[in-house]
Design a binder for this molecule. Structure first.
Ligand code: AGV
Ligand code: CA
Length: 312
């Protein structure tokens, strides 16, 4: 049976590559896409999403809605600008006709409608902040029954997160930091949560060796898309800084499709909403169970995504 999935992303390079890969997966029925004004500017990120579906979506018509979510802590604008460049890529702009449609509804309204109208439970893949899901669950708590599982790229229990901001202690992951209250609302809801934390995503940095394997095969359109998209983010091989790029969201999408690529364990977790650690996910007896994805089979993962791209 086809698995139904809804994808909510925030327009970063790996968010858009994640969309591209979801479109290539057999047995996956992508029922809707939401785009959040977080690690992107939402207009070019939405437009790029439409074009990726048009060029690489095998004729599928997948509804897209923009989110009206707002940040507690905004992303740096230099990161947000990547969406403009992807949207301008020649390979996505050959044919300006027949783009799939952008809805008038906001992303949270769209997601509520999808859940309400579906006769089977749906999986949710969120690779940005959880704001839209929190809005849905606040207005319609019963819709949690229509959610099969949430696969979220976000959070970490490591001592170091990836936020480096003057008013923060560095313990949070960015998607949680952008809207910590949303994480709390989702944690309080009755849904199964798979959390793809920095524990596992730290193990899939984008190295020059990986870029080189894609360069070799850049004559293949789907591999070219991977290579061109990731060429936008810094290829720094000697230092891990807060701008080193990892395949955060792509790992989340791959784990959703094939959990055997990664290892996970159940932990009891809570989130800090206010103060210098806001957005930090913690292990706590007072918390709720989550399935933490903490490790990944590195080589199998890269083979898996590269093979999907080859077939695009
Ligand atoms: O914290 C990881 C999340 C992922 O959803 N994003 C990027 C991925 O889309 C934020 C982020 C952390 N470090 C970054 C990020 C960086 N160096 N560049 C861009 N975005
Ligand atoms: Ca993201």
């Amino acid at each position: 049976m086809m698995r139904k999935v809804y994808y909510n992303h925030d327009g970063g390079v790996d968010d858009l590559v994640g969309l591209f890969l979801l479109l290539q997966m057999p047995d996956i029925d992508l029922v809707g896409v939401g785009v959040v004004n977080a690690d992107c500017y939402v207009e070019p990120a939405t437009s790029a999403s439409q074009k990726i579906i048009q060029v690489f979506g095998k004729g599928k018509d997948i509804p897209i809605a923009m989110s009206n979510a707002r940040p507690r802590n905004p992303f740096p604008s230099s990161w947000r600008e990547h969406a403009f460049t992807i949207d301008a890529m020649p390979m996505l702009n050959q044919d300006m006709t027949d783009q799939n449609k952008l809805l008038d509804q906001s992303a949270d309204q769209h997601l509520s409608q999808i859940l309400r109208e579906s006769d089977q439970a749906i999986d949710l893949v969120f690779v940005g902040p959880l704001t839209d899901l929190a809005t849905v669950l606040t207005h319609n708590p019963k819709l949690s029954q229509k959610i099969n599982g949430l696969y979220w790229m976000g959070g970490t229990f490591l001592a170091n997160g990836n936020v480096q901001e003057p008013h923060h202690d560095g313990t949070a992951e960015w998607n949680a930091f952008w809207d910590p209250e949303a994480v709390k609302v989702v944690w309080d809801a009755d849904i199964d949560i798979h959390m793809v934390g920095l524990e596992s995503t730290n193990k899939v940095p984008l190295t020059n060796a990986i870029r080189q394997t894609w360069a070799q095969d850049h004559h293949i359109p789907g591999i070219d898309f991977l290579g061109q998209a990731y060429a936008l983010v810094p290829p720094m091989s000697f230092i891990h800084t807060n701008s080193t790029y990892f395949l955060w969201d792509v790992l989340t999408v791959a784990y959703f499709a094939d959990p055997s690529l990664a290892s996970s364990q159940v932990l009891t977790s809570d989130v800090m909403v206010y103060g210098v650690s806001q957005g930090r996910t913690i292990i706590s007896d007072q918390g709720r169970p989550i399935q933490l994805v903490y490790d990944v089979d590195h080589d199998r993962f890269f083979d898996y995504i590269t093979n999907l791209a080859r077939q695009a």
